[in-house]
Structures are given as structure tokens and as C-alpha cells.
Design a binder for this molecule. Structure first.
Ligand code: FES
Length: 169
């Protein structure tokens, strides 16, 4: 009699134990899944973010560079006549020239043929591209000889005390 009375209890106890074990198993599984998902997301972020930054930065830089419309060159007014100064206009090199007649000019120092950087040659009074022998006018940036198909892009120059301001035309 006492056995019969105990059996349902024992059965109930087993049933509760099984339920508890099942819940514990599900809970452990859910925890493990959440843990591995979290670790996976951390790895994805750790690997993916630098790749995103690497790929996005040139685009971002070129977009920011395109917004540059003016560059201030401190102390550039002290440049001797017959001398030139290379500077950065956005992402591209620019060249500021103080001519011997005391006039100034500035242009993008990027050859219009295949984008080599041009050099100022004061003795020949010209801008020269050493890549394929392109020659440009020092004041107007016009292509004078060689393969360059177009003139150099020119900038507006304002000389003041404490510096020179070069801006897009
Ligand atoms: S890149 Fe300048 S002449 Fe060809």
C-alpha cells in the first residue's frame, strides 16, 4: 500500500526531474548558442571593421579632397622670384611659382598625359614632365610640346602678409 502511494510520487518526481533536465539542457543550449553567436560577431567585427575602413578610406579621402577649394600656404610670400613651391591641394600636388617679373601663378602639378608630377625648370622657364617630355607654360599651364593633351589646371593666387592663398578658379 505504501508502495502504491509512493509510486505516483516517485513517477511524478522522475517526471519533474526529466522536465528540469530538459529545461536545463535547453537553457545550456541557448546559452552556448548565444555565447558562440556573440564570439562570432566579435570576430566578424574585429576582421570586418579594418577591411571596411581600408576600402572606405580612399573613397572618403577623395570625397573630402574634392571639397577642398582653398589652401593657405604660410610664409610662401617669402618665396624668392624665380622659385617654386610644391604643395598639396586636396590629394593632388600643386605648384606655386613666383616669377622673376614678380607675378605669381599656381596650378595642379599633375601632368594631363599620364598624371606624373611636373617640375619647375627656372633656367628654361617652363614646367616639365620627365615621364614623357611634356612641356607646359609656367604662367598659363598651357601644353606647349610633348604628349600632354590638355593644359594644367590653374588656381587663383592671392599674396598677402603671412602667406599665400591658392584657390580654385
Ligand atoms: S605623363 Fe607627363 S608627358 Fe606623359
Amino acid at each position: 500500500m505504501s508502495n502504491a502511494a509512493e509510486q505516483p510520487l516517485s513517477h511524478a518526481s522522475n517526471s519533474v526531474g526529466a522536465e528540469s533536465a530538459k529545461e536545463e539542457s535547453i537553457s545550456r543550449r541557448a546559452f552556448t548558442t548565444a555565447l558562440f553567436t556573440g564570439i562570432g560577431l566579435c570576430y566578424a567585427g574585429a576582421i570586418g571593421y579594418p577591411i571596411y575602413r581600408y576600402l572606405a578610406s580612399p573613397i572618403q579621402k577623395s570625397m573630402e579632397a574634392a571639397k577642398v577649394s582653398e589652401v593657405r600656404l604660410p610664409d610662401a610670400e617669402k618665396l624668392e622670384p624665380g622659385a617654386a613651391l610644391l604643395f598639396k591641394f586636396g590629394t593632388k600636388p600643386g605648384i606655386l611659382i613666383h616669377h622673376k617679373d614678380n607675378t605669381w601663378s599656381a596650378m595642379e602639378a599633375v601632368c594631363t598625359h599620364m598624371a606624373c608630377t611636373v617640375q619647375y625648370q627656372p633656367d628654361l622657364n617652363r614646367l616639365f614632365c620627365a615621364c614623357h617630355g611634356g612641356v607646359y607654360d609656367v604662367k598659363t599651364g598651357s601644353a606647349l610640346s610633348g604628349p600632354p593633351p590638355k593644359p594644367l589646371k590653374t588656381f587663383k593666387v592671392e599674396v598677402g602678409e603671412g602667406g599665400v592663398t591658392v584657390s580654385k578658379v
